[in-house]
Design a protein. Sequence first.
Length: 345
Amino acid sequence: MKIIITGGAGFIGTHVVKLFVKKYPNYSIYNLDALTYAGNLENLKDIETYPNYHFIKADITDEQHINSLFQEIQPNAVIHLAAESHVDRSIMNPNQFVITNVLGTIHLLNASRKLNDFQVFYHISTDEVYGSLGETGYFTEKTPYDPRSPYSASKASSDHFVRSYYHTYHLPIKISNCSNNYGPYQFPEKLIPLCINNILNEKPLPIYGKGENVRDWLFVEDHSRAIDLIFHKGKIGETYNIGGNSEKKNIEVVQTLCKIMNKKMNKPEGYYEKLITFVKDRAGHDLRYAIDFTKLKTELNWTPSVSFEEGIEKTIDWYLNNSDWLKSVTSGNYQKYYEEQYIKR
Ligand code: NAD
Ligand code: TYD
């Protein structure tokens, strides 16, 4: 089995590539990544010499290059994670999200259609395509799409194209929509690693609005386990929701981080909490996401194995032990982007 994993140098991709390379020595894993600001080959140092691992620097928006690579490699499967993934960036530059997330996905679908022994195109998507919930209720696989940010609109559009290729061309596809991931290797523009990084640098912890927005937090290793399961046992043409069973308000998440970090850094109670700063709300800020993953549980026997309390402890420890990684990804351009964005608020 030859599998192309797109976006394998990003946050979730890193975990998926490592899992597949180590667990399936008989598969050839091709990590196809353009290495944007979010991709980092340092993440994959420990597996780069494995004989079943190959890295290809390629941009999914380059149709010709993608076609010729697919013809050369003749993959039997694609696990598609490459994307622009940050809502705030999508508000500042929506076009890039259409180009990468929609057009890039179509190029991969077209290239896959031309192959002879092609078994599955597995598209990784988000719960944000379903829109925003009120205080109650959950997203199921049947919830109508109602995306509200340029990011979620681009992911919704790519999901629709993937499904349309199943119905129109009988391309064997699978889709999963998961909730907010957290864990090692997440780029510090997303809430949890951004706050860990700012705590370490004693910088303000920006909370949008009142911090009342709710996300369902999924530990990235549990997500990777679900991807492995769906890839091997999920039904062709089906969609699976993946959730963490860990709904938290943003303010609760940040307070938990402060509390744990006070202890780990030998600071008095309430020390890092003083960094919490309420800032202007995100435009179109979705109030609540919550996932019903009954289908995945009953059909494939998956449940999250890590509670939020365990996962957040592991995550903080990883960032504390990998301060060089944090320093290297926050140098240069990212730092500039962050300062500009923060000053704007
Ligand atoms: P990420 O931003 O950390 O990584 C994205 C990766 O894609 C990077 O390695 C980047 O270099 C690569 N990439 C971007 N544009 C590319 C292009 N044009 N060609 C080739 N490679 C390109 O993202 P992530 O958080 O790991 O998310 C992975 C996938 O999971 C995305 O499709 C995202 O929409 C989805 N998802 C993420 C979350 C989450 O909480 N992080 C939740 C739900 C769904
Ligand atoms: P984020 O990690 O960007 O993921 P998403 O927008 O895909 O859910 O944000 C998680 C939540 O945290 C979201 O409600 C926005 C909020 N947030 C802040 O309050 N401050 C921040 O600096 C960031 C990045 C996010």
